[in-house]
Ligand binder design. Structure first.
Ligand code: HEC
Ligand code: HEC
Ligand code: HEC
Ligand code: HEC
Length: 617
């Protein structure tokens, strides 16, 4: 019996045990299985490992391959036998060479697939069905969902429009991918990974991944204004698949010594064989996994006073505790984006691979940042827009929340600091991107700071030898008083859905501490959708995988008062239209995220909309 057959039998054994709404689910399981079987049909015979090298450790397939359980430690030391999450990338049929530690065990934790074509006319995304690598997908039913211009104009005075399409049949129906390890001759060297993608139209307990997003995006790069793209002739159309955070059915496979290539087969694109070259490295110089050590220099009393500085030193380490950078400095921006960057520390990457909340590759934005916020008992959203200019003045930290204006203090710093990062982008000849980056920074407690517990939270990402992992850490300090204070959040708990593979400690920035979000998440002049409430409303309202009635605010809100601060950004982050009377009074809808411009954060009424139909509050 081939490895492939064994896996299928194993899988169908598990299928029967799954509980849940019966009839619909059985049908869905069956359609997934059909997809799987038809895909195996197209692979016919090719999954038999060649006889001269036995499949490594067959017991993994028979016993532990379909592990139930999603606890994944991405911070400790590893060996080649520690199962690690593999991040794969395929673009237009191929992908960058994948370097991994030789003989490492992996399950698939993340997969990004993209196919793109250029166009000179405005054909929506119809070109994708005509030509290019995704032409054989079933594009019937694809439709425009949302559109949004890039916040900043282009250097030549034009504007970039993004249009987001969903609903194609290939997106809405269940499909399966198989990733095989192949040798130089194209022969399989090990049992494949089989990924059950599920469907955009619903979430199923059988899905391999918690996050599963498929879209098509039309880019128009030369619009005369934000109202007029009629004369445009520079277009790109792309199809995207984003899969992240594998769930109950992780399959652990070891890289066989003869593997030199990975091949992807997909039931929606049966004729295509996309592949990436694999390079196995005996001793990569660092361990896998990632940790951030934060050292805060405290006063001897243990309590900071208003007006004090807070010196912080950061050390980024691998799972074995080895430094990823020399003491005193982090890599320069140029080192990280152009190399060499052997340790895999990441910085903001959206200059090179644009990102859009929910719709495109936010996990690949990879900003390294740190925030301080407090006092904890006053934590709430910050609604003051931080203008672009604030990111260009040569100040290391950004003051984003003030006591009198926002009801709390928040200060943040980017790595490299904002003026270096954005200065280098706007003025490439300035050499800013080659500036050394310090591993130390200083927060400044304002003179009017209220007493209580303040929190410092750092987020970063490491991409190393096939592993792409986020890390967030939080430390508390006391200001003005030794008495510990806590945030009282009017929303949550989120773990009704965000558990297992979708746990907030695992997805996104690996941060389950929702009192540690709002210092970074303020509206930005060039990205108004900063606040967490805007993003949370937007992502869940757009996703059909959010399996609750969308007008039932009580899925996330604990009390009625928490839905009473009415603003364009709070309501139009879910709604994409409002009545004609509102258009007259408040203006037409301009943004899919926040409704309007900077006025979107103003409280527009305290008498209307003090509850929501269907809210259960
Ligand atoms: C240290 C700064 C920082 C903190 C703290 C932080 N974020 Fe973020 N967040 C970012 C940045 C920067 C991005 C853009 C993507 C990236 O670079 O990771 C982002 C992206 C997001 C997105 C967009 C995801 C998508 O798929 O479009 C959401 C939602 C989000 N954050 C929610 C949260 C929540 C909830 C918390 C608290 C539990 C939080 N963030 C804490 C900086 C932060
Ligand atoms: C009814 C289930 C449900 C509840 C309740 C829920 N979520 Fe989600 N959440 C989801 C699903 C499903 C997704 C994935 C959506 C998609 O990608 O299509 C998601 C996605 C997210 C993401 C994006 C993660 C990423 O990597 O891009 C964030 C952040 C998030 N949720 C935060 C929250 C917070 C905070 C709460 C509580 C205030 C919450 N969610 C409550 C189901 C839920
Ligand atoms: C998926 C989770 C989720 C659902 C569902 C949800 N909200 Fe929210 N909402 C949030 C979170 C989280 C915050 C607060 C974020 C924070 O503290 O930064 C919030 C904040 C708000 C705010 C306050 C904005 C501000 O300026 O402070 C309003 C108003 C609001 N929600 C309205 C609603 C209404 C009305 C509904 C139901 C129709 C709803 N929300 C459903 C997650 C959700
Ligand atoms: C989490 C998503 C979400 C948020 C946030 C949200 N709504 Fe809704 N709202 C819905 C859904 C879903 C419905 C029911 C379907 C529909 O009419 O679109 C609805 C219905 C309504 C209706 C009834 C429409 C009708 O024709 O019966 C009104 C009025 C409304 N919302 C106003 C608001 C206002 C004002 C806010 C901000 C305070 C808001 N909504 C925030 C999701 C949301």
């Amino acid at each position: 019996m081939t490895e492939t057959h064994r896996v299928i039998l194993c899988a169908s054994g598990d299928l029967h045990e799954v509980k849940g709404p019966r009839r619909a689910q059985t049908l869905r399981h069956r359609s997934t299985l059909m997809a799987l079987l038809s895909l195996i049909g197209t692979m016919a015979g090719c999954a038999t490992p060649s006889s001269d090298e036995p499949t490594p450790e067959p017991t993994e397939t028979t016993q532990g391959a379909w592990q139930i359980g999603t606890e994944i430690d991405t911070s400790g030391p590893t060996t080649t036998s520690t199962p690690l999450g593999l991040a794969l990338e395929f673009e237009n049929g191929a992908g960058p060479t994948l370097s991994v530690r030789a003989g490492q065990k992996f399950f698939i934790e993340q997969l990004d697939l993209r196919g793109a074509i250029d166009a000179t006319t405005d054909e929506g995304v119809d070109g994708l069905a005509d030509r290019g690598p995704l032409a054989n997908l079933d594009w019937r039913g694809v439709e425009l969902d949302d559109q949004e211009f890039v916040g900043l104009g282009n250097p030549d005075g034009t504007f970039t429009r993004r249009r987001f399409f969903t609903g194609a049949r290939w997106m809405r129906r269940p499909s399966v991918m198989v990733i095989s390890q192949l040798d130089n001759h194209g022969h399989p060297t090990a049992a494949p990974w089989i990924l059950n993608l599920g469907a955009d139209s619903h979430r199923s307990p059988l899905d391999t991944f918690f996050i599963r997003r498929t879209r098509a995006i039309q880019w128009t790069y030369d619009c005369a204004s934000k109202d007029d793209c009629s004369g445009a002739s520079l277009f790109q159309e792309e199809g995207l698949v984003e899969l992240r955070h594998s769930a109950w059915n992780q399959q652990v496979r070891r890289f066989a010594s003869r593997t030199t290539r990975l091949e992807l087969l997909w039931s929606e694109l049966p004729s295509a064989r996309w592949s990436v070259d694999v390079e196995q490295v005996g001793d990569p110089g660092y361990d896998y996994n990632f940790n951030i050590l934060m050292d805060i220099e405290e006063p001897t009393s243990g309590v900071f006073q208003p007006g004090d500085d807070v010196p912080v030193t950061l050390t980024l380490v691998d799972g074995s505790g080895e430094r990823l950078h020399p003491e005193g400095s982090l890599p320069s921006y140029a080192d990280v984006v152009f190399g060499p960057n052997p340790s895999g520390i990441q910085y903001y990457n959206a200059f090179f691979d644009p990102t859009t909340t929910f719709y495109r590759r936010k996990h690949r934005e990879r900003m390294m940042a740190i925030q301080m916020i407090g006092p904890a008992q006053d934590i709430q959203p910050i609604r003051t827009v931080a203008p672009l200019e604030q990111f260009l003045v040569p100040s290391e930290t950004l003051l984003l929340g003030t006591q009198d204006r926002d009801g709390l203090y928040a200060e943040a710093q980017l790595f490299p600091p904002a003026h270096v990062l954005f200065g280098g982008a706007f003025f490439p000849d300035s050499g800013a991107w080659s500036t050394p980056v310090s591993d130390q920074l200083t927060f400044h407690i304002p003179a009017d700071a209220k007493p209580g517990t303040y929190r410092i939270t750092m987020k970063a990402r490491r991409v190393f030898m096939g592993q792409d992992i986020p890390r967030s850490v939080t430390k508390e300090i006391q200001v003005g008083s030794a008495e510990h204070t806590e945030a009282s959040l009017p929303t949550g708990p989120c773990n009704t859905c965000h558990s297992g593979a979708g746990d907030l400690s695992r997805v996104l920035h690996a941060n389950a501490d929702r009192a540690a979000c709002n210092g970074c998440h303020v509206p930005l002049g060039f990205e108004l959708e900063g606040p967490v409430y805007v993003r949370t409303h937007f992502i869940h309202s757009r996703s059909e995988r959010f399996d609750r009635p969308k007008d039932d605010c009580s899925s996330c809100h604990k009390e009625k008062s928490s839905i009473q601060r009415v603003s364009k950004s709070a309501c139009l982050s879910c709604h994409d239209s409002y009545p004609a009377s509102h258009v007259t009074a408040f203006g037409p809808i301009q943004s899919m995220y926040v409704g309007g411009d900077t006025e979107s954060f103003d409280n527009c009424t305290s008498t209307c909309h003090q509850n929501h139909p269907g809210s259960h509050l």
